[in-house]
Design a protein around this ligand. Structure first.
Ligand code: ATP
Ligand code: ATP
Ligand code: MG
Ligand code: MG
Ligand code: MG
Ligand code: MG
Length: 287
């Protein structure tokens, strides 16, 4: 492109590349979903269609961006973890965040009819002006411990909110309270109190609530490399991979890793990511 006298405006653009060698978390969150839930009649406290839709959109984002190693979702939010070696968009924050947000939103809208029409209840069609949109931010975590603490923070938040919401909506839907009364009753209560209210008033054992609601959703690439006992499964899988596509001397490890990531099955599970077990069984995730 020829130079023009307008070229100088380029220098107004500020660099925003994220700290090298750190785990990048892009967290997106639904804008005004409290209102959106009401408009589209989400079931309370948990609308399964909406969670399945969030998970499907997250899987699509991960399939589109192989640099993402894991994602964790709850309610109207999703956290996407980019590997610390990620070089996508030269690690520019605005590029990474906007790409994740728009890819997620595009799939959320595209997949909406899959989850909200043709079911047992009436079709729910999106109508202007209340369309689903998301905001996003990027945060860098320098150590695996920091990253795991971040994810633990989100999963603990999921637990606290879900216990509160489950109790609140039981009081409203089954206990005949209005929202003011239910809020008042729950003010200052601890977890044990809420468990007790659920059990004694509604015969609900919180432990038996669906894992999807209690734990949120973890999306990751399942290489099926490691069994709990630890074996040579990793090498076997690598060998199998190489049969399909023999590595050339020039092919860097990073490149072949990237190809393997892109081919791996993306799974959604509702499990504990606070304890070590999840990570111990999947050592490839954070290495
Ligand atoms: P903001 O724009 O600031 O994020 P918000 O209204 O989206 O505002 P959040 O704190 O993000 O506020 O809360 C999300 C709301 O959406 C909560 O009330 C939550 O219960 C509700 N929600 C999200 N997903 C579901 C779902 N699957 N089923 C029922 N309610 C849901
Ligand atoms: P990147 O992801 O880096 O932005 P890109 O392929 O989108 O890659 P751009 O520099 O943004 O690269 O170029 C956009 C391309 O889309 C150009 O080739 C442009 O000619 C084409 N394009 C955009 N809008 C139209 C249009 N309305 N009709 C025809 N071609 C279009
Ligand atoms: Mg928000
Ligand atoms: Mg929100
Ligand atoms: Mg939220
Ligand atoms: Mg372009």
């Amino acid at each position: 492109m020829a130079n023009s006298k307008y070229e100088y405006v380029r220098f107004f653009e500020q660099p925003d590349s994220l700290l090298p060698n750190t785990w990048i978390v892009v967290r997106i969150d639904g804008r005004g979903f409290t209102k959106l839930c009401a408009q589209y009649g989400f079931e309370k406290p948990n609308d399964k269609r909406a969670i399945d839709l969030m998970n499907a959109a997250a899987k699509a984002v991960m399939a589109d961006l192989p640099d993402i190693v894991l994602a964790y979702g709850v309610s109207d939010e999703y956290s996407f973890v980019f590997h610390k070696t990620c070089q996508l968009f030269e690690r520019r924050a605005s590029k990474l965040v906007s790409t994740v947000v728009s890819t997620f939103t595009a799939f959320y809208l595209h997949l909406w009819p899959t989850f909200f029409t043709g079911g047992l209840v009436d079709d729910v069609r999106l109508v202007v002006p209340l369309l689903p949109t998301f905001d996003g931010r990027a945060v860098c975590y320098p150590s695996v411990q920091n990253l795991r603490d971040y994810l633990s923070w989100r999963q603990v938040d999921c637990h606290i909110n879900n216990l509160y919401n489950t109790t609140f909506w039981a009081l409203v839907q089954k206990g005949g309270m209005d929202s003011v009364e239910a809020t008042e009753l729950l003010k200052g209560t601890f977890s044990a109190d809420k468990n007790e209210i659920l059990f004694s008033r509604f015969q609900i054992n919180y432990n038996n609530e669906p894992e999807m609601y209690k734990k949120g959703s973890v999306v990751f690439r399942d290489y099926e490399l490691v069994n709990p006992a630890g074996s040579n499964a990793a090498q076997t899988a690598e060998a199998a991979d190489n049969v399909a596509e023999p590595p050339t001397v020039s092919k860097s490890k990073a490149e072949s890793d990237k190809k393997r990531r892109a081919k791996a099955r993306i799974t959604v599970e509702h499990i504990d990511i606070i304890k070590d077990e999840f990570w111990d069984r999947r050592p490839w995730l954070l290495t």
